[in-house]
Design a protein around this ligand. Structure first.
Ligand code: TRP
Ligand code: ZN
Length: 883
């Protein structure tokens, strides 16, 4: 156990960062209320003068300790205009004689052009830009760099006019002009006090598009999207999405934008998706640019969702922010919930929910069941960047969604109003949020809050027992231990269910302890084992369980295959209906897998393939939803359900199932495919998109049949948009068609000047189901267009392979593990945050068969043997090795 002195006093000097604990939270000793920043930007360096008005708490004789990043050179320090004694630690600046407060002036020098971590102030292309969340501001100046220190910012930027005609920061522009010698300046003021992580600066040669939005109360807001001038033709979708976001937040939450200007900037080198800096959102180009030629329909949706997400942060994150980084889900879980609801309202609510469930099952459940499992509100960390996870974001959103379900939409809105009334302008905790919801609804959420503190995915087992005319439904919950949490208490969760009678009609039997609503009966589960009695349930009626995926759990039930096939045909709840299909498909694939492992013949029964017949017969089915029903669970998700993962056999079994479907339904698939092909040109409306979605899925099946070669080639050549082109390319990449080389080469030629499209060329090859993919990925890592420095390019090849191609990554040679370990070490020298985000797949060794397990552990040891490993990678690799 770490002793207190090491935790507090000497941490900053320690060679490695030490773990910090939620329980040790103390209010800041130094508080800055106002800061003026002057940036002088040059090609060789940047000089920054930061002048802060501060006050101090606690022992006023003690020196003032500020956070100071490792890339920072301290040039001078003054207190109230007089040079101050100071000293530099590995991660701190200590200033003597600060007293109760005053003015602190710090001059720093940094080298943005050498900053490959993309944190703090760096250059992307020629452009200067910043990324301060979570702890990047300390790479710009020494500061109490924590979210509960909120200051008003005034910023002056000076730079070369020719290379940086555009100079941006948060808030409102207040002055600008020439400086001689080809230089100029701009000044900005942000009237809203904010934490340092929301500071932003951009300077570069950017073009922009402009639009306006008039808020509900009549404020006319100017909206700009800045990008490389060559990309301005790809910004319209983001602008439309922004206006829809602004309108939606007014209509649903009564929340208006609060400045006269809202700027978005597109940046090619960016660690994450996008960043909600006050009034100056910075976006990864991938999350903002879209045109029919470069972006798929999915990309369009993702841009809309992320534009919404960052915009919604203006209230949930910026106006009300986090007290400390343990509370990250306060803003991220809530804002993901808000962006999910926005997307559901803009498109198909049913399909959106399925996409979100897929992300949970294929990414969050594995995290929650592995060595890196942590609660939605972690209680300890070494490197906060490692906690921007699917658990904090997506499970965090499920926690909000459950509250919404438990108290109802109306009380939830009252709770939000109360949250803003109480906490606008403050830095608060997840407890404060839950308290607002509890107070507004009158619901006791104390047990519910275990979702914030306990990690792990509960397993729910649901069974039925008939007594006379009644049916007793028993729900048991159990959560396996996770690292550091050997014993779990039961969760409080909403369980939504319904009943379907034998004629396919919904029925609503009286229930004890439940509550019927429009979408089903809400049961509140609180105990380890709990029963609910439904009165007078007609013989043969089938229960529809966990409607809407009302809680983030794994569901086991006594539903038979006949029950599932019945629900697939008749259930009114789209999730439960889809889940019936998924369950049959899992049964079929896992049955074949078990047979392959044991060297038996494949089972004769094919429950999913059989059930599909009714789907092709149902002409009323929405094509987009049919596509969802026909999409098998992915290999990562299926692998989660195996006692011991055998990736090769699982892959083979899933392929066999796909081949079986393609063979049995070839005629239906071909007829439907032909009927869906567009008669006119490209359209973006919902019907056209749904048709593309289904046609492109059917293409993947038909590619497996004789003549698939010619069909795919024709599809590729006819494509007038990226959605169709990438569908054909993906089928080609999976194949050994004669046209394979020529089509991949053609796509490369078309994409070599469009980085985001070139990323797709790498990704499609990395996710190929061919047996030689691991060698191919190695080869591609030596391609001249590949680089470890650009996070998008890196992820397009490496993460696509290691996270999305389970069979390829687990190639029996062990080459996949080796490749990943070597890549992690190479990236760690450039960008530790990004290197750490690659580690997780190697940590899942405990679930894999022994031969691969040994090789995975070797690769983890190989990483940990590196003497100069970053704290970021060390934290995750060490946890992963422990299991
Ligand atoms: N707050 C950002 C978001 O909404 C996340 C983010 C962007 C981030 N860039 C980052 C987090 C860099 C850590 C480091 O989702
Ligand atoms: Zn966010």
């Amino acid at each position: 156990m770490m002793d207190q002195a090491v935790r507090n006093g000497t941490e900053a000097q320690a060679e490695h960062k030490v773990e910090i604990f939620l329980a040790d939270y103390e209010p800041p000793k130094t508080v800055v209320t106002d800061i003026r920043l002057v940036f002088c930007l040059f090609d060789t360096h940047a000089d920054i003068t930061a002048t802060s008005t501060f006050t101090r708490n606690g022992d006023l004789a003690a020196p003032m300790v500020l956070d100071a990043g490792d890339m920072l050179e301290i040039v001078s320090v003054k207190l109230d205009g007089v040079a101050a004694r100071h000293s530099r630690g590995k991660r701190t600046l200590t200033v003597e004689g600060a007293g109760a407060g005053g003015t602190l002036e710090i001059v720093t020098r940094i080298k943005p052009q050498d900053n490959t971590k993309l944190e703090g102030l760096y250059r992307s292309g020629g452009m200067f830009c910043t990324q301060c969340e979570a702890e990047g501001f300390r790479q710009i100046t020494a500061f109490p760099d924590r979210p509960d220190v909120m200051a008003r910012y005034a910023v002056r930027i000076e730079a070369d006019k020719a290379s940086c005609p555009v100079l941006l920061s948060n808030g409102n522009p207040v002055a600008s002009g020439g400086l001689g010698e080809g230089r100029h300046f701009a000044e900005w003021e942000d009237p809203f006090p904010k934490p340092s992580y929301l500071f932003a600066l951009v300077a570069g040669d950017l073009g922009h598009i402009t639009d306006h939005f008039t808020t509900a109360s009549g404020r006319r807001v100017t909206l700009n999207i800045y990008a490389d001038p060559r990309d301005l033709d790809k910004c319209d979708h983001a602008m439309e999405s922004l206006k829809r976001s602004m309108r939606w937040d007014e209509e649903v939450y009564g929340l208006e934008y609060d400045l006269d200007l809202f700027n978005i900037v597109a940046v090619g080198d960016f660690n994450m998706g996008a960043m909600e800096n006050k009034g100056l959102n910075v976006f990864n180009t991938k999350c903002v640019l879209a045109s029919p030629e470069t972006a798929t329909d999915r990309d369009y949706d993702s841009v809309e969702g992320i534009i919404g997400h960052e915009y919604f942060h203006n209230w949930t994150g910026n106006r009300v922010t986090c007290r400390d980084w343990f509370q990250l889900s306060l803003k991220e879980g809530l804002t993901v919930f808000r962006d999910q609801e926005f997307s559901a309202d803009m498109g198909s609510r049913a399909v959106k929910r399925l996409d979100d469930v897929r992300i949970l099952r294929s990414h969050q459940f594995p995290e929650d069941g592995g060595p890196l499992a942590h609660p939605v509100r972690p209680d300890r960390y070494v490197e906060i960047n490692n906690f921007y996870t699917v658990t904090v974001y997506n499970k965090g959103a499920e926690v909000i969604r459950m509250m919404h379900r438990l108290i109802g939409a109306e009380a939830f809105r009252k709770g939000m109003d109360l949250y803003f009334a109480r906490h606008d302008g403050q830095a608060v905790t997840c407890d404060d949020f839950a308290a607002a919801m509890a107070d507004a609804s009158g619901k006791d959420l104390s047990q519910f809050k275990r979702w914030y503190s306990q990690a792990g995915t509960p397993v729910l087992s649901v069974s039925r027992a008939r007594t006379g005319n009644d049916v007793i439904v028993t729900i048991e919950q159990e959560t396996a231990p996770t690292p550091g949490q050997p014993v779990k208490e039961p969760f409080h969760m909403p369980f939504l269910m319904g009943w379907v009678a034998t004629d396919g009609q919904a029925i609503t039997p009286v229930v004890t302890g439940g509550d019927w609503r429009e979408d089903g009966c809400l049961l509140e589960v609180r105990e380890g084992r709990q029963s609910f009695t439904f009165k007078d349930v007609p013989e043969g009626a089938v229960p529809s369980l966990l409607r809407g995926f009302s809680a983030p759990v794994r569901l086991k039930s006594d539903l038979t295959r006949e029950d599932l096939a019945f629900l697939l045909r008749y259930d009114s709840d789209p999730f439960a209906r889809w889940e019936a299909a998924q369950t049959l498909a899992r049964d079929q694939v896992l049955g074949v897998t078990a047979a392959l492992i044991e060297g038996r013949n494949a089972p004769a029964d094919t429950p999913f393939s059989d059930a599909v017949e009714s789907l092709f017969a149902d002409k009323a089915l929405d094509p987009a939803f049919l596509a969802e029903l026909l999409t098998l669970p992915g290999e990562v998700e299926l692998g989660q359900m195996m006692e011991v993962l055998e990736p090769g056999h699982l892959h083979e079994a899933r392929e066999a199932t796909l081949n079986d479907l393609a063979t049995r339904y070839e005629a239906e698939m071909r007829a439907r495919y032909d009927s869906l092909r567009p008669k006119g040109g490209y359209k973006q409306d919902g019907a056209a998109r749904a048709a593309r979605r289904l046609a492109n899925l059917l293409l993947q099946f038909l590619a497996r049949r004789p003549g698939g070669d010619a069909l795919v080639k024709a599809h590729y050549e006819a494509a007038d948009n990226m959605t169709d082109r990438i569908a054909a390319l993906s089928a080609v990449s999976d194949s050994d068609f004669a046209c394979r080389g020529a089509i991949l080469a053609d796509f490369y030629e078309r994409s070599k000047d469009e980085p985001l499209v070139l990323d797709k060329w790498f990704a499609v090859q990395a996710t190929s189901r061919r047996g030689d993919t691991v060698q191919k990925v190695r080869e591609l890592s030596r391609h001249p267009a590949f680089t470890l420095k650009n996070p998008n390019r890196l992820r397009s090849l490496v993460s696509s392979f290691t996270m999305l191609n389970q069979a390829g990554f687990h190639d029996p040679s062990g080459q996949g593990y080796r490749f990943l370990a070597e890549t992690i070490l190479a990236v760690d020298k450039i960008n530790p945050l990004i290197a750490a985000r690659l580690v997780a797949p190697l940590g899942r060794w405990a679930r894999v068969e022994p031969a691969r397990q040994a090789m995975m552990l070797d690769s983890l040891r190989f990483i940990l043997d590196e003497p100069k490993l970053s704290d970021d990678v060390r934290e995750l690799a060490a946890k992963s090795l422990k299991g």
